[in-house]
Design a protein around this ligand. Structure first.
Ligand SMILES: [Zn+2]
Length: 331
């Protein structure tokens, strides 16, 4: 399974800043040690052309040149630096590469070690999100799919956002767009306080634990099935519904989050839908607990990737005519 990272673009943050910048490099180190089947690649930056599929040219320019107004910069939550602008592009690039990978090979899973920047709108950022990686990936895959298949209807993309915070930017970007279904399961009382209507929003009360969460997820996937037939799934596997999270307000256990990941990946697998996942938030009191949730997501994904590979091998074997290669006639 392929995964893309940009953790070496570290931005300077004031001391005490609550964004866990170190987490991304630590996740890569743990995956290299514990999940060697994950093939990791440095992400390329998203280009201006790719970003403009979603973002306004004025916003892209202002991020690049550091000329956002102080209010817009504050909403993002990072001070501007060239590293911030570069990291934002690479974080989108990682999701784009993961999406190209699964679409190009006609299935399977691929990941971004960061990403899931769902609070970014077309013309502004928010909540540590500069550009919206899932939105750009959905639009780019639609454009590339249309070119390859000469098909009128756009590629249908489902965004399954299980970060504990609502995917407000994503919801707004795709409002009224029938080709992208946005599902967000999130804490009712959590950031963002002004939520945007997704195609399907499920609000969870503070303290929601495994059983109630998994039941809500089941109902949400059922409803998605009734209303939409996706061809690509973008899954935001936020670690912040975990009970050890400082910002999450929910009470999911490690097992509950593993069951959540398995449910989403099994749902995609049983429909043979390619799936891209990104990590989104995770702000554990203890960083190790956040990392553990994320490593578990990769372990679960690897199990599903092996199923895809098994299917590909079986298809190859079925397509090879028995014995013909022994009797090639002389030219
Ligand atoms: Zn979050």
């Amino acid at each position: 399974m392929h995964a893309f990272y940009a953790d070496h673009f570290v931005l300077p943050l004031p001391s005490g800043h609550r964004f866990p910048m170190a987490k991304y490099a630590q996740l890569r180190e743990r995956l290299a040690r514990e999940c060697p089947e994950v093939e990791m690649h440095e992400a390329l930056p998203a280009s201006d052309g790719e970003l403009t599929l979603v973002h306004t040219p004025a916003y892209i320019d202002a991020v690049a040149s550091g000329t956002l107004s102080p209010a817009l910069q504050r909403e993002i939550g990072f001070p501007w630096s060239t590293a911030m602008a570069e990291r934002a592009r690479r974080s989108v690039g990682a999701t784009l590469q993961a999406a190209r990978r699964v679409m190009g090979q006609g299935g399977g899973l691929a990941a971004n070690l960061a990403g899931g920047t769902h609070h970014a709108y077309a013309d502004k950022g928010g909540g540590f999100c500069v550009f919206n990686d899932f939105a750009v990936a959905a639009r780019l895959m639609q454009a590339e799919h249309a070119r390859r298949h000469d098909r009128r209807e756009p590629l249908r993309v489902a965004i399954v956002d299980l970060d504990v915070h609502q995917g407000n930017g994503t919801a707004r970007i795709f409002a009224g767009d029938a080709s992208v279904f946005t599902l967000s399961l999130h804490g009712a009382k959590n950031f963002p306080f002004r939520k945007e209507p997704s195609d399907l929003d499920v609000e969870l009360p503070d303290g929601c634990a495994d059983d109630d969460y998994l039941h809500a997820l089941e109902l949400a996937l059922d409803e998605l099935d009734r209303r939409f037939e996706p061809e690509l799934v973008l899954y935001l596997a936020g670690a912040d519904p975990h009970e050890g999270d400082r910002l999450g307000r929910l009470k999911l256990s490690f097992d509950g989050l593993e069951a959540r990941d398995r449910r989403v990946m099994d749902w995609a697998w049983s429909r043979r839908l390619p799936l891209v996942f990104a990590m989104g938030g995770g702000y554990g009191h203890d960083m190790e607990s956040t990392l553990q949730v994320q490593v578990n997501t990769y372990r679960t994904a690897l199990a599903f990737e092996r199923r895809w590979q098994g299917q590909a091998l079986a298809a190859e074997a079925a397509a090879t005519p028995q014995g013909t290669h022994w009797h090639n006639p002389a030219p």
